[in-house]
Structures are given as structure tokens and as C-alpha cells.
Design a protein around this ligand. Sequence first.
Ligand code: G3H
Length: 198
Amino acid sequence: VRNLFLVRHGETVYNTENRIGGDSSLTPRGEEQAEALAEHFATVRIPIIFTSNHRRTLQTARPIAARQEPCSIIALPELNEIHAGVCEGLTYEEARQKMPEVARGRAADKYRYVYPGGEGYATMAERVVRGLKKVFYLGNYDENIMIVGHRAVNRMILSRFLSRQEEEIPYIYIPQDRYYHIRIDPYKRSFELVPYRS
Ligand code: G3H
């Protein structure tokens, strides 16, 4: 693997409502972002794209794959977004009002906090690492790889490459109009946050 392109899915209906979790679809803006990514990567050879099982990552990957010939999309459940348990489907504001202890717990220690009935950053680490191992096992050593993931999952993936304190991981910036370009070289690694819209 020479280059790992770590992309977040495009804007979803839930994103526009500031809603947690779920399996919502891309908005027209999210579809435009996927098209813009496809255009951006049209001249970069990407034979394999990994996604989660969630609609939003597959919907983002498909136009990119369509511009690559051939390109496989592999959906890995290990790359699914953090499961927010009792807070799934609520807006952050609704969660704050109905379950103030959740917001308090996350504010106190967001990395170790586990959503009741769901996951936390710390408890999802093992499965994300398992997913990443599959990614490197299935991708050819000398070919580029793309992962279309989620905010929390991409933070966990980045933390494997960047040396960050655990406390900082849940706050790593994962925008939807840029992607992380990770160059993997035995002697040198580099990271770049690249905008894809002109
Ligand atoms: O729906 C889940 C979010 O993408 C994760 O972000 O851990 O900052 O709430 P958060």
C-alpha cells in the first residue's frame, strides 16, 4: 500500500438535523460531495474501496468506484460507526435534555465513556483495529486503498497512525469536505488533510 485515502461519508439527513447514529441516506449535498470526490480521484488509481455496512458510506463510495475501472467495494461491519445505544436517532440536544448524565459522562471522559446499550471510543477500538487489519490484508501491498468511514471510526483509524493521547482522539477533526491522505512508506509516513472541492 502506498497511499491510504481516509474519507468521511458525505452529508446525510441525520447530519443536517444534528442527529446521532442511525442509517440515514445522503442528502443532495452529500451526493454532490460524493460526485466531487469521484471527480477528484478520477486520475488516481484506486482498485479497492472499503466502507462500513451503513448506507451513507456505500452511497459515497459508489460514484468514486464508478470512475475507476475496475474497482471493488468491500463493506466491513468492523468499520460501522460507534453505536450510541440509547441515544441512537436522537439529536445531541434531545440527548442532553432526556439523558443529561450521558452528556456529562462524555464531557468528563469522552474516550472511555460508553453509551448505555452501545459503545464508547475505547470499547470500539478492538473491532476497528480488526477492520483495519482486514483492509491491509485484502489490499495489495503496492496499490492505493480508500476507506470511506465515519467520524468516530475515522478518528480511531487516524489515531493508529498519528501519535495522539487517548483523550484527544474523540476530538480529531474529521470534516466532510476534506479527506486524510496518509502516505505509507517503510521509512517515512506523512499525513495531509486535503480539500476536494475547488
Ligand atoms: O453519530 C456519531 C458521531 O459521528 C460520533 O461523533 O463521538 O463526536 O459524537 P461524536
